[in-house]
Structure formats: structure tokens, C-alpha cells
Design a protein around this ligand. Structure first.
Ligand SMILES: Nc1ncnc2c1ncn2[C@@H]1O[C@H](COP(=O)(O)OP(=O)(O)O)[C@@H](O)[C@H]1O
Ligand SMILES: O=P(O)(O)O[C@H]1O[C@H](CO)[C@@H](O[C@H]2O[C@H](CO)[C@@H](O)[C@H](O)[C@H]2O)[C@H](O)[C@H]1O
Length: 457
């Protein structure tokens, strides 16, 4: 059984409801920002679970099949499957304010003649979802769990977060934010697991989950997490761009960000103790990096001429003795968009890891250098996203970030140059694939880094 998509339970006859819906969803899903199979037609939609949250509002888990990642040079791509979480509203007539949320009018079956829409746009539906979350309880296969130490007031006004994101988030009264995972995978999502564990450690760099919901059918999976909303916070990406625009110094911020990252790593190391590392860890790590490069180069032909140079970074890692920082739980997708500054303090959010990887892989221990490399790549992204390109800005931020990290962690990531280069290379390869799939206009940004990293061989 693949560990990336929930499997359909046997014996569930959902055909009467699903058949007419499936046609609408096949057209609607690929247009959603959070849909992972971008640009590839959905070939099948099946229903994994359906729960009526209240009359006119259905919670669905659907399994989709679409053609796999386009592999250049081959017309046939193997089918890929995923599971998505939907909240569907059903109305006779959609009021104009909900028109952008329309999925379509159902032609046959029990919902014939009615219009279905994405109910995360409907304050009535999302208000009732918060009511469910305020106290622990169940609705069909859905389990709602609340931290008894936190009071979530009733009646907080919901608004949908208007942001480019991989999931869907709702802000309630500027007091709480609910992240609803769109692509659902079996297992506990690290974005619930890690912040809960850090909260137990007393780490205040990460907003602590106040409530969450999950399903047990067809398998255990995390569906959403409610956390305190950091009012007035600005993300690191916006602050970095503003610094580049106004030519104001960012090294103080980068230093503090390095400190915050190190503090989170120290708390993670305590929260998730690990066994002694295996002696051939660097070799296996390098192998995995080579494999990710192989896969990315199959999808993005522009990578191919750089592959030999990139591989030299992985070979240098494989040749290292085992004496590197011990692996531990890390953030896994750290970049400037994942850090928020409220007042003078940095907080770290979104511990989901790289969304394209299976949860089992994202929960594995890894070197903390991987997070450091993610943030260093992000300084480069910011510096390259504007004209004129400002490489010296990124360079200063790198140094300040590492110095701040060393200040709090008592070890300096710059002392691990082979590891850092291998992880920066691996991250740049991931970014090339991510941009090719999600934001092709951005592809030149990681491609520039790929060229530079390959030339260092
Ligand atoms: N606790 C929070 N307080 C304030 N804003 C938040 C908080 N958590 C997330 N956000 C905002 O929501 C955005 C999306 O959150 P994120 O967890 O990164 O979602 P995704 O994984 O779907 O991209 C963030 O970029 C940030 O602007
Ligand atoms: O949606 P997530 O925040 O979990 O992360 C994914 O999307 C990010 C873009 O929104 C992407 O980040 C890349 O672009 C950022 C600028 O928009 C840059 O700061 C990052 O360094 C760069 O990796 C991220 O890779 C992806 O997983």
C-alpha cells in the first residue's frame, strides 16, 4: 500500500452521491492552488469518507487519480494517487459573495439541481467548524480534540486567509488560525506532532496547538490544527523584500533568526531523543540526494547539464567521516515564509515538511544543517527575486544567520562546509522541481543557484 494516499475502505457504496459530483470535482480540483497534480488531468475521483457536519455542509475525503509527473521523453506517465480534504456547501442558489467558491451544479443523484461550493469560503460553515473544535467530540469518523488548558471563545468571526499556500487557513477573530490540510496522508502530520511536543518542552518560538481534528477512517490522518494567531506578525519573506527595496540592513534580523532556529533545534533534540547514528549515514544520505536529483532531472530537463557538478557535492558528503552533527527531528522546509516576526521576536511555523514527500519520510530524523541550508537558500531567493540582483545582501545574511545560530547552539553550521553544500544543493534541486510544478515563472531563481552550485565542483 502506498503511504502517500489514504486507501478506500471496502464495501462503501457512495456511487449515488459521488458519480455526479466526481465530474464537477475532476474539473475543479486541478485549478486549486493546493492540488498537487498541477497541469495533469484528474482521471478518477472516488469517495473515501463523507460526513454531514450540519445540514447543507459535507466533509469529504476524496481520492484522486491523475497522470503522474510528466517525464520528458516519455508519453506515458504512471498514474499517481492522492487524497484531498473538502468541505462542500450545498445550496439551491449561491449568494453573489459565494460565487467565487462555486464548484458547479449537480445534474443527477440525491443532490440534483443543487449547487455545490467550497464551504471554506462560507462563514456559516467555518463558524460551525470552530464550534466543533472548541470542545472534544466526534462527528462520524471525525475526531475533534481540544487542549483543555486553552479556552477558545465561541462566536469568533472567521475569515479565509488570502495567501498563496499549500493548504487552506482560516483566521478566527484575529485570535486563532486554523490550518486545514488539503492533501491528506496517513499518519500524524508533523505540523501537529512537532508543535505539541515543543509546547510540552516549554518552547515558546512555536505557536502551541489549541485544538485539532483528525480521522480514523479509512486510516488515521490529521485533518487540521488550530493555533493562536500572532496578530500583527509579518513573515520573513515580506521583511526581506522590504529590506532589499529600502536598502535597509537585514543582518540584525538574520542573526536573531539564526538564534531562533537554533533554539527550536535544541528543543526538538530534547523533545525527540534519537538513537546513535548509523556509521554509514553520510553515504546513505548522499545516495538519497543522488536519487532525488535523478528524479528531478527526469522531470526538468534544464537540470541535466548541471547534474555532474551537483553530484560532486553529494560525493563529497559520502566521503565524509561520520563526525557530523547528529541527526534529529528538524523543521524540514525552513524558509523565510515559515518565520513570523511579531514585535522584535521571531516565531517559526509550518512544521509539515516538504509537502511533496510522504509523511513517513518527513518524520524521519535529519541533520539540522538541512534547515540551515533551507534558510540560506531563502536569502538567495529573496536577493534574486528583485532587480538589480543583490548577491552581497544574501551573503551578509548568510554570515549573520550562521553567527546567530552558533551563538545559541554552541556550534557553527559553517564548520560543516561539505554537509552545508550538499544540503544547499539538495534543496536547490527540490526548489527546481517545486517551481517547475507550481510556479514555472520562478524557475530561473533556483536554476541560477543550481548553475552556481554545480560550478563549485
Ligand atoms: N500562528 C500564526 N499567526 C499568524 N499568522 C500565521 C500563523 N500561522 C500561519 N500564519 C500565516 O498563514 C500563512 C500560511 O501558513 P502555513 O502554515 O505556512 O500554511 P501552508 O503550509 O499551507 O503554506 C503563513 O505564511 C502566515 O502568513
Ligand atoms: O507552501 P510551503 O510554504 O510549505 O512551501 C512551499 O512553497 C514555497 C513558496 O511559497 C517554496 O519556497 C520557495 O520560495 C520561497 C519564496 O516564495 C523562498 O523563500 C524559499 O526559499 C523557496 O524554497 C517551498 O520550497 C515549498 O516547499
Amino acid at each position: 500500500m502506498p503511504d502517500t494516499a489514504l486507501q478506500r475502505p471496502s464495501g462503501l457504496d457512495t456511487a449515488p452521491l459521488l458519480t455526479p459530483l466526481a465530474e464537477l470535482l475532476r474539473a475543479w480540483l486541478p485549478r486549486q492552488r493546493w492540488f498537487a497534480g498541477k497541469g495533469r488531468p484528474v482521471t478518477d475521483v472516488t469517495l473515501l469518507s463523507t460526513t454531514e457536519l450540519y445540514p447543507g455542509c459535507l466533509h469529504l475525503l476524496v481520492r484522486t487519480e491523475h497522470l503522474g509527473p510528466p517525464s520528458h521523453g516519455s508519453a506515458d506517465s504512471p498514474a499517481a494517487e492522492d487524497c484531498y480534504q473538502l468541505l462542500l456547501g450545498v445550496r439551491e442558489v449561491l449568494p453573489p459573495r459565494l460565487a467565487p467558491a462555486a464548484i458547479g451544479r449537480v445534474k443527477t443523484g440525491p443532490l440534483a439541481g443543487l449547487t455545490v461550493y467550497d464551504a471554506f469560503h462560507d462563514p456559516k460553515a467555518t463558524g460551525l467548524l470552530l464550534e466543533r473544535l472548541r470542545r472534544s467530540g466526534t462527528a462520524g469518523p471525525l475526531l475533534f480534540e481540544a487542549d483543555p488548558a486553552v479556552t477558545v471563545p465561541s462566536g469568533l468571526a472567521p475569515r479565509l486567509l488570502d495567501a498563496e499556500q499549500s493548504n487552506t487557513s482560516l483566521i478566527y477573530g484575529d485570535a486563532f488560525i486554523l490550518k486545514v490540510f488539503r492533501r491528506v496522508q496517513p499518519g500524524i502530520n508533523p505540523d501537529l506532532e512537532v508543535p505539541r511536543a515543543l509546547a510540552r518542552q516549554g518552547c515558546d518560538r512555536v505557536p502551541a496547538p489549541a485544538a485539532w481534528f483528525r480521522t480514523t477512517q479509512p486510516q488515521e490522518a490529521t485533518l487540521g490544527v488550530l493555533q493562536p494567531y500572532l496578530r500583527g506578525a509579518t513573515d520573513g519573506w515580506a521583511l526581506a523584500l522590504e529590506s532589499l527595496r529600502s536598502r535597509q540592513d537585514f543582518t540584525g534580523e538574520a542573526f536573531e533568526l539564526g538564534r531562533a532556529t537554533a533554539e527550536v533545534h535544541l528543543a526538538l533534540a530534547t523533545a525527540f531523543p534519537v538513537d546513535a547514528p548509523s556509521p554509514d549515514r553520510n553515504r546513505r544520505l548522499a545516495e538519497a540526494m543522488h536519487e532525488r536529483l535523478d528524479a528531478a532531472a527526469r522531470s526538468v530537463p534544464e537540470l541535466r547539464p548541471h547534474a555532474p557538478g551537483l553530484r560532486s557535492a553529494f560525493d563529497a558528503l559520502a566521503a565524509l567521516d561520520a563526525a557530523v552533527r547528529p541527526a534529529q527531528r528538524i523543521h524540514g522546509d525552513l524558509h523565510l515564509g515559515q518565520v513570523l516576526r511579531a514585535g522584535r521576536r521571531w516565531s517559526v511555523i509550518d512544521f509539515e515538511g516538504e509537502p511533496a514527500r510522504p509523511i513517513s519520510e518527513r518524520r524521519r530524523v535529519q541533520s539540522p544543517v538541512r534547515d540551515v541550508a533551507g534558510m540560506l537558500r531563502s536569502f538567495d531567493y529573496a536577493a534574486r527575486s528583485r532587480q538589480p540582483w543583490r548577491p552581497e545582501w544574501a551573503e551578509r545574511c548568510r554570515e549573520a544567520f550562521c553567527a546567530g545560530y552558533a551563538d545559541a547552539a554552541a556550534w557553527d553550521p559553517r564548520e560543516e562546509p561539505e554537509l552545508l553544500r550538499a544540503y544547499e544543493t539538495d534543496r536547490a534541486v527540490y526548489e527546481v522541481l517545486y517551481e517547475a510544478r507550481h510556479r514555472p515563472d520562478w524557475l530561473p531563481v533556483p536554476m541560477a543557484a543550481v548553475g552556481r552550485l554545480a560550478d563549485r565542483s
